[in-house]
Design a protein around this ligand. Structure first.
Ligand code: PLP
Length: 378
């Protein structure tokens, strides 16, 4: 692709931090660089505790373990999401219960959540799609009323806010991703944000193979041992060192992405006015982080033709997600609550445009190709 869909951005300091990790001779997890990442996330999100993980998937799996989600329990979530949201809970034997999304933000429709609750419901897992927050006020109130845990899949949400509060700090637990496709990256990477003090210690244990090794490292016990269920969820120091370089520049990366997002939004206004597409919607009480610029075309055929025309010009435009409720594993392990019409329709009509730090210089070419593809449909 001449203009790829994604291109990882490097700040230029990653290798020097990795050299320091190398010189420190501490390459396993929870060294100096991991601690710096944890502190940065705590300082910048206001979460209770941050624990670096090797992926957002790992942080979601830790959430399921921490909330003691088990066989037969149900977890309410959108179908319009990445597989890890559902997999994390299905792995514990729970049933993902899929509800439809709102037509404006493509986030889980808060007005449908309460009707999906059964005596088996244990938790709600929201997904802040495209780094735009769900209606956390409404969903939080439902969870409190029914005694349900609230998990935020904030994989795409670093630096986004809801009513002034950073995503990941609003639920009982939150999960961030630093995968190469995200705004701030370490190749693979993530973090668990723990907002309930009663879960802090178990979160450390679950992350360290079910042992109290963290207490041992702090000198609180004289040997460490197996105390609970857990797995290996922490990254090594090389990955954490890479991430420190990215976190140093995270605000600047976000600023540049927001500028690209704004140019897309301005370009697309005319086409929205002509009824050929719909632009993303960001509610007034949310700020977003320009994780994604998507367009909704009127039909699946229009979307497929648009992507084909951009691809022919060497421009990487993609679609996602195949709704989980209609996927092979979703049918086997999950359950759809009601009609998921908005999910199905959005999935068929959505296209994601190239958005990465550095794509600025190619945007005129992207707009010209997209204009030609849209003019062909007028
Ligand atoms: C909504 C959502 N949840 C979870 C994940 C998984 O993140 P990771 O690749 O860090 O495990 C992603 C990544 O694409 C995502 O977009």
């Amino acid at each position: 692709m001449k203009i790829p869909f994604n291109q990882p951005f490097m700040t230029g300091r990653e290798l020097s931090y990795i050299a320091q990790a190398h010189a420190n001779r501490h390459l396993s997890g929870d060294g100096e660089f991991t601690r710096r990442c944890n502190r940065w996330i705590e300082d910048n999100t206001g979460c209770g505790r941050a624990l670096l993980t090797h992926s957002c998937t790992a942080a979601l799996e830790m959430s399921a373990l921490l909330l003691a989600v088990g066989p037969g329990d149900e977890v309410i979530m959108p179908s319009f999401t990445f597989v890890s949201t559902a997999n994390a809970f299905a792995l514990r034997g729970a049933v993902p219960v899929f509800v439809d999304i709102r037509a404006d933000t493509l986030n889980m429709d808060e007005t449908l959540v309460e009707a999906a609750i059964t005596p088996r419901t244990k938790a709600v897992c929201v997904v802040h799609y495209a780094g735009v927050a769900c209606d956390m006020e409404a969903i939080g109130a439902i969870c409190r009323r029914h005694g349900l845990a609230l998990v935020e899949d904030a994989a795409q949400g670093i630096f986004s806010t809801y009513r002034g509060r950073p995503l990941g700090s609003l639920g009982d637990l939150g999960a961030l991703s630093f995968h190469e496709t995200k705004n701030v990256i370490s190749g693979e990477g993530g973090a668990l944000l723990v907002n309930r003090a009663d879960l802090y210690e178990r979160a450390e244990i679950v992350r360290e193979k079910g042992t109290n090794r963290s207490r041992f490292l702090r000198g609180q016990v004289d040997k460490y041992t197996w105390v609970d269920l857990g797995s290996s969820y922490l990254p090594g120091e090389i990955v954490a060192a890479f991430l420190v370089a990215q976190l140093d520049d995270a605000r600047e990366i976000t600023r540049r992405r927001l500028a690209v997002w704004a140019r897309y939004h301005e370009w697309a206004a005319r086409w929205e006015h002509e009824g050929l597409l719909r632009r993303p919607v960001v509610p007034g009480d949310c700020t977003h982080n320009a994780h994604m610029y998507y367009l909704l075309l009127p039909t699946a055929a229009a979307r497929d033709a648009f992507i084909a025309q951009l691809t022919a010009k060497g421009i990487g435009a993609l679609f996602h997600y195949i709704p989980l409720h209609s996927s092979p594993a979703g049918l086997r392990y999950g359950r759809a609550h009601g009609d998921l019409g908005v999910t199905t329709s959005s999935s068929e009509r959505l296209v994601r445009m190239p958005l990465w730090t550095g794509v600025e210089e190619h945007l005129d070419e992207v707009f010209a190709a997209a204009d030609r593809a849209l003019v062909a449909r007028t």
